[in-house]
Design a protein around this ligand. Sequence first.
Ligand code: NAI
Length: 218
Amino acid sequence: MSEKEISRAVIRRLPRYFRFLGELRDAGVEKISSQDLSLIMHVTASQIRQDLNNFGGFGQQGYGYNVKYLYDEIGKILGLDQEHNVIIIGAGNLGSALAGYGNFANRGFIVKGAFDVNPALVGQYIRNVPIMPMSELPDFIEKNNIDIAVIAIPKTQAVGAAATVVSCGIKAIWNFSHVDLEVPDDVIVESVHLSESLMRLSYNLNRVKEGEEPDTGN
Ligand code: NAI
């Protein structure tokens, strides 16, 4: 089956498989059965087999899954076998937290620079990430082979900033501003809304209080 035919639900679950397999690999586990993976991930073993069968030949009957191989293959599907250069638009609370989070680099996402309209921030560093004025953005994107822009500015400004990064050739936007961005078909936007996650938590808290099982979405 080609990757295009794999359901979006399966693709959405891959980062979670990748995370658990990474932990197993780091703990020195070489192989794991779908049953054992099921216990760790709280997903049924049949769901795991169905999901991973989409990609063909990861598991072997009676042997289980080779953890490192599966981790590497899922990493390739997720594009994590290559490095991605990232810029952050907005070096406020959120932008600074993202720029200062060292673990993105371990996954191959290298934050090269942050951009802000506030002159008081320009020239400062968040860890080793320089904060630059927006006027330097086009040149920086071109010279540093940037492929992902993070948008962490007020929503009233986000549409304009997205148009600017797209005009500079950016094809992937990680959008934290609470606005839907209209972009050309060849540009991908992944929007993150922490408040939606918090609402799911609140929903599940209510379910648990009423004696029901939380809806984990698995
Ligand atoms: P903040 O006020 O601390 O930082 C915003 C920064 O953007 C400031 O440094 C400001 O100078 C800069 N800025 C404003 N207009 C700009 C422009 N046109 N170009 C470049 N830089 C510009 O705000 P905070 O807390 O960092 O939040 C930033 C955005 O992220 C807000 O829209 C907020 O609603 C959103 N947010 C989203 C979350 C999510 O889960 N999606 C979570 C937290 C914040």
